[in-house]
Design a binder for this molecule. Sequence first.
Ligand code: CAA
Length: 257
Amino acid sequence: MSESVIEKVDSEGIVRLTINRPKALNALNSDVLSALETHLTELENQTNLRAVLITGAGEKSFVAGADITEMRDKTPEEARAFASQALRTIQRLETLPVPVVALVNGFCLGGGCELALACDWAVASDNAVFGQPEVLLGVIPGFGGTQRLPRRVGPAMAIDLVTTGRKIDAKEALRIGLVNRVMPQAELESYVEELTQQLKGNGPQSVRGAKQAVHDGMDQDLDSALALETSLFALCFAGEEQKEGMSAFIEKRKANF
Ligand code: CAA
């Protein structure tokens, strides 16, 4: 398999995917997208999967966008195929049944920002830079930015970012709700450790159910979404996890999921 995406798996189902083109600031070309899709297709069916972390190689960049060199000479049909490949891959990431966390360790521009937007949450280093600079290149965001960005930060801020192409720092990204946390780059790894320990301690099926309820419910009207939540809540009582979790509370011990 191509080395453009590196997968590291721990024994307890935490998978880290590293986009590995540091010389091009991890820009997304067809090779990276294919490799990413292959990894994600395999992960979709992994029953012991607990969480996925995605980051960029090196200390400078998460992903600096779609690969401009590869895009420059594309015809409209080729551009459509490239965007479709990226959208399909990014959607695979978004719909993984477990939490997906973007570790944004630097530039997070264009397609990189669009990739981060498909993650359940994003943690950024304080040197991270965000933006949708496509209009500076004579195009619009093509990997979901015009749709996921307004859903994350609201239409006014999304239109600001996609029409000016301006870059924002991690502090502003935090303020507008584009990322969940900002910290010094040197602390990203200890945060990951803390986060994965927390996730490993929780009921794996309930974590999956909670993600499913939020994701599927967002696309429905409130009444239907609440009915979905009730069904998923009731389903928890069909499994061992609920028995163990509630018994552990009553017996004043730590749950063993
Ligand atoms: N595509 C291809 N190569 C890229 C790239 C990209 N998106 N971003 C950076 N690189 C390459 C550079 O060409 C350079 O390669 P060489 O060493 O071979 O010249 C290398 O990565 C290092 O980059 P810089 O020398 O430019 O580094 P810098 O620190 O001076 O600047 C930067 C960093 C501000 C991120 C700058 O590289 C930059 O502006 N990159 C482009 C960002 C961008 O416009 N992204 C959006 C792309 S379009 C898109 O994503 C469309 C979509 O929605 C689908």
